[in-house]
Design a protein around this ligand. Structure first.
Ligand SMILES: Cc1cc2nc3c(=O)[nH]c(=O)nc-3n(C[C@H](O)[C@H](O)[C@H](O)COP(=O)(O)OP(=O)(O)OC[C@H]3O[C@@H](n4cnc5c(N)ncnc54)[C@H](O)[C@@H]3O)c2cc1C
Length: 202
């Protein structure tokens, strides 16, 4: 799957020639595959686990990807790949963090540090913003730490599962999609019941 979107250029401009194009090309490679190890090894021979930085991709790896683009992508997308001079790679990991509060509230995890999502839902910035807004409420004393933790975790867990559902739909297949969708719906129901119970019984 390749996802392309326009992002504003200088001063927020969306005018042709002044805005930017962002794209992400998702590729499934088994974690232990030599192809992945090769792609994540930079021009100096160093292996990276999560991000192969800009300017460090081996030219042979990128040449292979460009050749694949010419074979499988529609012409405008193949051209986009061909004109990309500084690609980078981020691997996608599913991590389920169940604890955002440490040392009795002296250390709080927010945003990407709390829970990374699969990027298909484009909700990671939402999470960072939500966590920051709730943190402001916590610091002002408008909510307590338990409420902060519950709201932060509810969003993180539900969105993580939704991101897996979308990822499975686009990248894996129907069976994985339905299995993950069931888990997502069960989590939403569980959260809904918990909210109802709390509002009824405190
Ligand atoms: C290519 C790409 C495309 C993306 N597209 C989207 C999208 O379309 N929609 C979306 O919602 N999200 C998108 N994201 C994800 C989004 O950028 C992140 O989820 C979001 O920035 C997370 O915010 P954050 O504040 O948690 O972390 P960050 O934005 O990573 O902020 C962490 C900050 O901490 C700083 N820092 C790190 N270590 C230290 C240290 N030791 N001391 C002091 N400072 C430190 C870093 O420099 C950084 O400024 C994209 C990400 C990438 C890489």
């Amino acid at each position: 799957m390749l996802c392309r979107y326009t992002i504003p250029g200088k001063n927020g401009s969306l005018e042709e020639g002044k805005c930017l194009l962002n794209y992400v090309w998702y590729t499934n490679i088994a974690g232990e595959a030599s192809e992945l190890q090769e792609a994540m090894t930079d021009t100096t021979g160093r292996k990276h686990h999560h991000t192969l930085p800009i300017g460090k991709m081996q030219s042979a790896v990128w040449d292979k990807q460009r050749a694949l683009a010419r074979r499988v992508l529609p012409q405008p997308f193949a051209e986009l790949i061909d004109k990309t001079t500084q690609p980078f790679i981020s691997t996608i990991s599913d991590i389920d963090v169940s604890q955002p509060v440490f040392y009795g509230g002296k250390l709080l995890f927010v945003g990407d540090a709390l829970m990374p999502f699969r990027p298909h839902v484009a909700c990671s910035t939402n999470q960072a913003a939500l966590n920051a807004m709730l943190l402001e409420k916590l610091l002002r004393g408008e909510i307590d730490l338990t409420t902060w933790e519950t709201q932060v975790l509810d969003y993180a867990h539900a969105t993580r599962l939704r991101s897996i559902t979308w990822g499975c739909w686009y990248q894996v297949g129907y069976y994985a999609f339905f299995a993950s969708e069931l888990q997502y719906l069960a989590t939403l129901c569980g959260q809904g019941f918990r909210r109802l119970y709390r509002s009824a019984f405190g």
